[in-house]
Design a binder for this molecule. Structure first.
Ligand SMILES: *[C@@H]1O[C@H](CO)[C@@H](O)[C@H](O)[C@H]1NC(C)=O
Length: 377
């Protein structure tokens, strides 16, 4: 009975442990269509202390996000990240191409800019094969928008409805949304009423409306180039921020097959006759002897001369002990030897074996005797 109880406890603990581990978020997206994932700040707020609302106060910490592909320093090529400032949500967005199919594991690091706590989450994006054929595509420029303001689903839907009026079909999907800054646009002045501008690209399997086809006419192009009055603008916008610039819209018709490039023309496969082959003349002989003399013989001779001079100085010009003694007076030599002897005698006496040393001698006596002997001779 007790055994059963402890098993139940263990299983409960294990289950609780598994449930408390936050699972990866998993999303699916088909290739060729816009993917948008919003990083909601209020969701991550619950990961940072204080975990609970204290006295009804809801925290609103500034947060920044760092996103990268797992084990890579950067995001996959097709995915981009944007966040306007730490008090706004972040967005991961982009359009995967058919060659980007597969699993993308994205690591998201959330940094709380109040407490500097961090939190890590994993997002798995499974890119599947394209589900829709969209041979008719059109790109529009929205002048009065910024990329972060267009990515929320509600705004995308507003824009889609406007384009639906223009195109005359509801079978529309977003293919791409990109900031004009990513396409060489200029950074706007930080004043109200100045915007970066956003390009949106939509696709459909329904042909363009008659009005849209005017975008492809020569008349439309010359009108836009002259910058005069624009006729034939049939776009509508329920929200003035979403109005498109008629002159910066473009159609992309992929329904007609692209004519293949002309095949290269094959030649006969034989090179034309260019005459007998004559090998080039071999270069004239060169005389290396003067170079040999200058670089080898002259330095060697100099080294030899220096050696001889040094040998002569060292061996023949030295004074030598015998010659020096022969030049010195006998008295001087004797004097020198007695100084040496006395010094060594004093040294011996300073040592321990004083009793073994002979008694000190009169040191002047032998000198006088020697002087007398020399005077007599
Ligand atoms: C989407 O737009 C970006 C920026 O202009 C571009 O780099 C990317 O290739 C586009 N993707 C597709 C699928 O058109």
């Amino acid at each position: 009975m007790a055994d059963k109880g402890s098993w139940a406890l263990a299983i409960t603990v294990c289950a609780a442990g598994f449930l408390s581990v936050r699972a990866d978020s998993i999303t699916e997206t088909p290739a060729g269509q816009l993917f948008v994932y919003e990083l909601h700040r209020e969701v991550f707020q619950s990961e940072f202390e204080p975990f609970h609302k204290v006295f009804g106060h809801i925290y609103n910490d500034p947060m920044v996000f760092k996103c990268n592909k797992e084990r890579f320093p950067d995001l996959p090529r097709w995915l981009r990240f944007t966040q306007r400032d730490p008090y706004e949500n972040g967005f991961l967005y982009g359009t995967p191409l058919p060659q980007d199919q597969g699993r993308n594991i994205i690591e998201i690091f959330v940094i709380n800019k109040r407490s500097y706590d961090t939190f890590k989450e994993r997002l798995v994006i499974n890119v599947g094969p394209a589900v829709k054929q969209m041979p008719y595509q059109a790109e529009f420029f929205i002048e009065l928008r910024e990329i972060e303001k267009v990515l929320p689903a509600a705004v995308q839907e507003e824009i889609r409805l406007d384009i639906q009026n223009l195109w005359g079909t509801g079978r529309l999907d977003f293919i791409n949304i990109s900031s004009a800054l990513d396409r060489g646009g200029r950074v706007p002045l930080p004043l109200p009423g100045h915007f970066e501008g956003v390009y949106v690209k939509l696709g459909s399997d329904r042909p363009f409306s008659k009005c849209m086809l005017r975008l492809d006419s020569a008349e439309h192009r010359s009108e836009c180039a002259s910058g005069g009055k624009i006729s034939g603008d049939c776009s509508t916008c329920s929200n003035p921020s979403n109005c498109i610039s008629w002159c910066r819209s473009a159609l992309l018709d992929l329904s007609k097959p692209v004519p293949p490039a002309p095949a290269p023309t094959a030649g006969p496969g034989v090179l034309p006759w260019a005459g007998e082959f004559s090998p080039p003349e071999s270069p004239p002989d060169r005389d290396f002897f003067p170079g040999y003399i200058v670089t080898i013989i002259v330095p060697l001779a100099l080294v030899l001369i220096f050696c001889l001079v040094l040998t002569y100085i060292m061996c023949c010009r030295r004074e030598g002990v015998l010659r020096r003694n022969a030049k010195t007076l006998d008295l001087q030599l004797y004097h020198h030897h007695t100084i040496q002897g006395n010094a060594s005698e004093l040294r011996r006496m300073a040592g321990g074996e004083r009793s073994t040393v002979d008694r000190p001698r009169q040191c002047l006596q032998p000198l006088l005797m020697a002087e007398q002997a020399m005077a007599q001779s």
